[in-house]
Design a protein around this ligand. Structure first.
Ligand SMILES: Cc1ncc(COP(=O)(O)O)c(C=O)c1O
Length: 383
């Protein structure tokens, strides 16, 4: 005789959720500094896991924010008019072509909500920025992930094949430079991928690390290349990295058409970018010289750390970003744990096939040195 059991609340909730949501992986946001301090009993936490700007935003941001408390009772501009105009003016776009998000992840989310239906095909990179996979899957899309080559570079031939064979993908999502690998497509390779993209495919070029990549010879002028095309596209950038505003959440997209932005407007929450975020982003944007100084210091430190690690025999992917992707050739978990015990947070990669890699953000001079020392110690322990 079978005994009927009443379902638990967790089971009831699982049944209520959309099938696409039930199987979604959680985004791996890493540990907060406070948790690391408490769990590992360390005083100083070196944050090398989130690709933040270790120097923080321009001092003018602080001045702009200081006066905000008085207007905190008012809704923000739902259309981010001042910020969109400023972005448009410097990037050669029309303000109507610019969309602003609560981080560029918000723009990625809007794109998936506006364009993807269950069963649609999305092409992206492996290993990937987690949300390039999670948001499409949330909408029921099938995500085809194209691995980097053994030299940890874009596999341009595989991209061309994925774009040209079979029905056109609804969306092609490409971070250039890539996160987490750091590799970049040069102008010729980028041009090949653009030419291979069917007109029916929305091409999403995620340039979260754009300001760093400008220091790498051969980095393509994606906007110029795309503007010459008769196809829909959007280029995403962020204030979270080079501009030092990760905590306030501002990212933006420059789209082929005002029509594309209008579609995103239909799905976004009306006041998606708060007053502090809009004010800070505009102030930071007006102090590009400060941002450039931060980027130059970071690129210099990246080259230093890269050389130090190579002298220890570590395999490192080429990087056009503010981080390095290291192949430890052993499981990454124990090494990341040993680094945490020394107050150093890095990102051990979890995607299948990449469990021997860690991603290390370039931090301050002191924290980079701390990482190097802690890493050398951690790697001396038997695997
Ligand atoms: C490739 C890429 N895209 C988008 C984002 C999201 O950035 P944010 O939402 O902070 O603008 C990140 C953040 O790490 C990223 O690496």
């Amino acid at each position: 005789m079978t005994v009927a059991t009443t379902p638990t609340r967790a089971e009831l909730l699982t049944r209520l959720a959309r099938p696409e949501v039930r199987g979604l992986p959680a985004y791996n946001a890493g540990l907060s500094s406070e948790v690391v301090r408490q769990r590992y009993g360390v005083q100083h936490v070196a944050r090398l896991a989130s690709n933040e700007n270790p120097f923080g935003p321009s001092p003018v941001v602080g001045l702009a924010l200081a006066h905000l408390a008085l207007s905190a009772g008012l809704y923000p501009d739902a259309n981010c008019r001042a910020l969109r105009a400023a972005i448009a003016a410097r990037t050669g776009a029309q303000p109507e072509q610019v969309v602003v998000g609560n981080g560029s992840e918000n723009v990625l989310e809007m794109l998936c909500q506006a364009f993807l239906e269950p069963g649609d095909r999305v092409v992206t990179l492996l290993p990937s920025f987690g949300l390039h996979e999670i948001y499409p899957r949330m909408m029921g899309a099938h995500v085809q992930m194209l691995p980097v080559t053994s030299a940890l570079e874009f596999d341009v031939d595989a991209w061309v094949a994925a774009l040209t064979q079979g029905p056109p993908p609804k969306l092609a999502m490409l971070s250039n430079p890539s996160n987490p690998v750091g590799c970049m497509l040069d102008a010729a390779a980028f041009g090949r991928i653009v030419q291979a993209t069917p007109q029916e495919t929305l091409l999403v070029i995620d340039e979260a690390y754009y300001e760093y990549a400008l220091h790498s010879p051969g980095f393509p002028d994606a906007l110029a290349e795309l503007r010459a095309q008769n196809r829909p596209w959007i280029v995403l950038r962020t204030f979270s990295k080079a501009w030092g505003l990760a905590g306030l959440r501002v990212g933006y997209g420059i789209a082929s058409d005002a029509r594309l932005v209008q579609m995103l407007d239909r799905v976004r929450t009306p006041f998606n970018v708060n007053v502090a975020a809009q004010t800070a982003a505009l102030a930071a944007w007006n102090d590009a010289a400060y941002m450039q100084q931060c980027v130059s210091k970071t690129v210099e430190q990246r080259e230093w750390l890269d050389a130090q690690l190579r002298s220890l025999g570590v395999v490192i992917a080429p990087s056009a970003t503010n981080f390095l992707f290291l192949n430890l050739q052993r499981p990454n978990g124990p090494v990341a744990e040993a680094l945490l015990a020394r107050g150093v947070v890095v990102k051990p990669w979890k995607e299948m096939g990449y469990e021997s890699f860690i991603r290390v953000s370039i931090a301050s001079v002191e924290d980079n040195a701390l990482f190097l020392q802690a890493f050398a110690e951690a790697m001396r322990a038997p695997a």
